[in-house]
Design a protein around this ligand. Structure first.
Ligand code: 1CP
Length: 355
């Protein structure tokens, strides 16, 4: 008689987030929050003040590990997300990134073909190596049941910062670059695709057990452009990562995709879909039921700031919509610095209660 298989006793099988991403309707749904390590936590602000600049924090394995663990200790989330930033990729490629106090990121903009010359994939090793060291430390320090999410920015979103040199609400600089010189913009996207594949591969080898691709600025493109700059590059990243690491689930977060969300899921074959705040709950549920994707989201981060009955009601409504489908409870975008930490505790309590 052959020994019975015991899949449920393997260490990974105890990670609720991975079970949900494998298509199981885990109840209550696993929960983590985008930007769960950050300025709303006093213990984060303390470490941040001693780190000497935001990117120094990202490249310091001891400190980056510490701030990643802070929200896990406080709230016991089902997943930790590596503390880093999507702009580590352009920084490691040689396009220096600065974070100015109160102003957000600042880069020397790449506005034409000549600007692409400064980017060097071969130079990324040293900086990426420090991120991989953080991932390895995290996998050692995290409780066995907590999943570790590695991440990168999607090529389109990262390119919007590389071209504009900063964040912008309409992504005009990148959209114009793509219309003006499609060939050069394609080269830029190709560089970010290749770099992101190596970067995510390194995170998986160091111990990440799921990945998220943040496409925060996916929402402003006409359909042909959405296909070219959001879908196609993500297809390349996901298919190559799946070839190398078939067991590592990938969550895509095409914020603002709206009516393009289903096409995105079907074309990219992501295991999880990060749903933004504007996605109707009925649509989320339908995607989980009929597109075969685990849905993640989508509480309004500002409701977590305001708290009270409105928050409690919406949590209940969201749980109801996600019952019996594969889902992960999260926000529709990153947590904001004004969030009272006790509102996060209440959210976790209610979700864990499953009602
Ligand atoms: O002063 C500080 O402490 C800086 C604030 C901060 C933090 C905490 C920045 C600057 N980045 C981060 C961490 C970060 N960024 C994480 C860590 C893991 C986590 O806990 O979730 C992640 C996953 C990101 C991803 C990121 N960075 C995105 C995609 C997600 C999103 O929110 O849309 C984007 C667009 C960035 C760029 C960026 N980095 C930082 C800021 C303020 C911004 C946004 C600038 C803009 O609005 O354009």
């Amino acid at each position: 008689m052959s020994a019975p298989a015991h899949p449920d006793t393997s260490i990974k099988a105890n990670r609720k987030l991975l079970r949900a991403l494998a298509g199981e309707a885990v109840w209550p749904p696993p929960i983590w929050l985008m930007r769960q390590a950050g300025r709303y936590l006093p213990e984060y602000r303390e470490v941040r003040a001693t780190a000497g600049g935001f990117l120094n924090l990202c490249y310091n394995p001891a400190l980056a590990t510490e701030v990643t663990l802070q929200p896990i200790r406080r709230y016991g989330f089902d997943a930790a997300i590596l503390f880093s930033d999507i702009l580590v990729v352009p920084d490691a490629l040689g396009q220096q990134v600065r974070f100015l106090e109160g102003e957000g990121p600042c880069l020397d903009p790449i506005t034409d073909d000549a600007g692409l010359g400064q980017l060097n994939l071969a130079a990324t090793g040293e900086k990426f190596g420090r991120v991989y060291e953080t991932v390895a430390r995290l996998r050692q320090d995290l409780p066995a049941e907590v999943a570790l999410i590695g991440f990168c920015g999607a090529p389109w979103t990262v390119a919007t910062y590389m071209v504009a040199g900063r964040g912008s609400s309409d992504q005009a600089a990148a959209r114009m670059f793509a219309y003006r010189d499609r060939e050069a913009f394609t080269r830029l996207i190709d560089i970010v695709v290749e770099t992101s594949i190596e970067y995510l591969d390194g995170q998986v080898k160091a111990g990440a057990d799921a990945l998220q691709i943040f496409d925060s600025w996916a929402g402003n493109l006409p359909d042909g452009e959405f296909q070219a700059w959001v879908v196609a590059p993500t297809v390349r990243i996901v298919s190559e990562l799946k070839r190398r690491h078939p067991d590592v689930p990938i969550i895509g977060f095409p914020r603002g995709a709206g009516l393009n969300a289903e096409d995105y899921v079907l074309a990219t074959k992501v295991d999880g879909l990060g749903c933004d705040t504007a996605m109707p709950l009925g649509q989320m549920r339908a995607l989980a039921e009929f597109a075969g994707v685990t849905v993640q989201g989508n509480l309004d981060p500002l409701l977590l700031v305001s708290g009270g009955q409105a928050l409690e009601d919406r949590i209940a409504e969201t749980l109801e919509a996600l019952r019996d489908v594969p889902a992960i409870f999260n926000l529709g975008h990153g947590i904001v610095p004004q969030t009272p930490p006790e509102h996060v505790a209440r959210l976790v309590e209610l979700v864990r209660g499953g009602t």
